[in-house]
Design a binder for this molecule. Structure first.
Ligand code: FAD
Length: 384
């Protein structure tokens, strides 16, 4: 069996970045990917959604929002099928870029589903065809969208009327009525695009606010902006059934219904910890995510877990940084992961960026704080 200093399972941002970083520091590296290099982020996540949102932003400005600046356009339209084609081109270019980057760093890339085992105390990673020994194994297997156990969802999913973020990014037609269950960042960005592209969007969210735990005031501001454009939000509402074009949900303790043509489930993501052999090696998981310390080590020596699979913060740049920490630990360098100042962006129009704690989290933690507000008009570029 061929031996590598580092074997990385998963070719998403966490995986490809850690593989390149380890190779850059002189380690022999193997990366195993079962589908496409680039993982969720490049193929069905950050990049495709940002391409769609960019198209809708251009459309929005051409369609009248650019008028105060003297820009007018005639016969403006958004051709969704062409947007999807552009999205596919962008994805292809970036995936090729990742393959090129790995090649340049001399990382060996193998296509296959990795499983784990031990042979005479050594860690073994096997695909359907080959087995390899890894002095260190970095698990970067990512996450998958949750299909919630709501009545009717499984059947509608099989019919193609209910989708997750994976499927909707390949849909080439704009549904007249789009229902989005879940108003977190992913659901919210989808609502912004599809409303602009011509759908009548309804978002049903369990919490009393959109955009998850992000700052309440800013979340409300963005929600109101989408409401002005026609999106309907039902907050503090639980969906009980999705079937035959009708969603049933509980609103103020009463049953309510709304019609849909297509429905999108954006209720969260589950860590891909279902790797064969993981449990047999005794790797600890909690609620499906692999447990790690600040050096990204699991409880099994030589095995690390980075990116979405450890369930800590499901963002691409967090996975990048966790990969650096894992590799630095392998290199014997002192490094530790900190989640205190993670930033996140909602790429709607207007956009919003967040970093660190929200005001509500500071209140909850009893941390003293000051609020400073500055109008965007202070920035010459943004005078309304
Ligand atoms: P992934 O990207 O999921 O990659 C994991 C890879 O591992 C996959 O390619 C998978 O095929 C492979 N794999 C799994 N099991 C095995 C196995 N046994 N053997 C071999 N290969 C295996 N984040 C941002 O920072 N900004 C954004 O704007 C943003 N937008 C998003 C929009 C959407 C719609 C979604 C769904 C996500 C978005 N994210 C965004 C989150 C981001 O995509 C993830 O945080 C990121 O992709 C996680 O990277 P990862 O490498 O941990 O996992």
């Amino acid at each position: 069996m061929q031996e590598f200093d580092v074997i990385v399972i998963g070719g998403g941002p966490a995986g490809y970045n850690s593989a390149e970083y380890a190779a850059h520091h002189g380690k022999s590296v193997l990366l195993v990917e079962k589908k496409n290099l680039g993982g969720t982020c490049l193929n069905v996540g950050c990049i495709p959604t940002k391409t769609l949102l960019y198209a809708s932003k251009v459309y929005h400005y051409a369609n009248g929002a650019g008028k105060p600046y003297g820009v007018t356009a005639k016969e403006v339209s958004l051709d969704h099928a062409a947007v999807i084609q552009k999205k596919n081109e962008v994805v292809k270019t970036l995936v090729q870029g990742v393959a090129g980057g790995l090649r340049r760093k001399k990382v060996r890339v193998v296509n296959g589903t990795a499983k784990l085992s031990k042979d005479n105390g050594a860690l073994v990673v096997s695909t359907e065809k080959e087995s390899f020994i890894g002095k260190n194994v970095i698990i970067a297997a990512g996450s998958s969208p949750v299909v919630p156990p709501i009545e009717g969802v499984k059947e509608e999913f099989e019919k193609g009327t209910v989708m997750t973020s994976d499927e909707i990014l390949d849909m080439t037609e704009i549904p007249k009525k789009l229902l989005i269950v879940g108003g977190g960042v992913i659901g919210f960005e989808m609502a912004a695009y599809f409303q602009e592209a011509g759908s009548r969007v309804t978002v049903i969210e369990m919490m009393d606010k959109v955009l998850g735990p992000n700052d309440r005031e800013v979340s409300l501001l963005l929600q109101q902006e989408l409401e002005k454009r026609g999106v309907t939000f039902y907050l503090s509402c639980g969906v009980t059934k999705v079937a035959n074009g009708v969603v049933t949900f509980v609103r103020d303790g009463k049953i309510d219904v709304a019609a849909y043509d297509k429905a999108l489930m954006c209720v969260g993501r589950r860590a891909n910890s279902n790797i064969e052999g993981l449990a047999e090696l005794g790797v600890r998981t909690e609620r499906g995510a692999i447990v790690t310390d600040a050096q990204m080590r699991t409880n099994v020596p030589g095995i690390y877990a980075i990116g979405d699979v450890n369930g800590k913060v499901m963002l691409a740049h967090v996975g990048y940084r966790e990969g650096e920490v894992a590799v630095n630990t392998i290199l014997g360098k002192q490094d530790a992961m900190s989640y205190d100042a993670v930033c996140g962006v909602v790429y709607t129009s207007p956009e919003a960026a967040f970093v660190g704690m929200s005001e509500e989290q500071a209140i909850e933690s009893g941390i003293p704080y000051t609020v400073k507000k500055v109008s965007v008009n202070f920035s010459g570029r943004h005078v309304e």
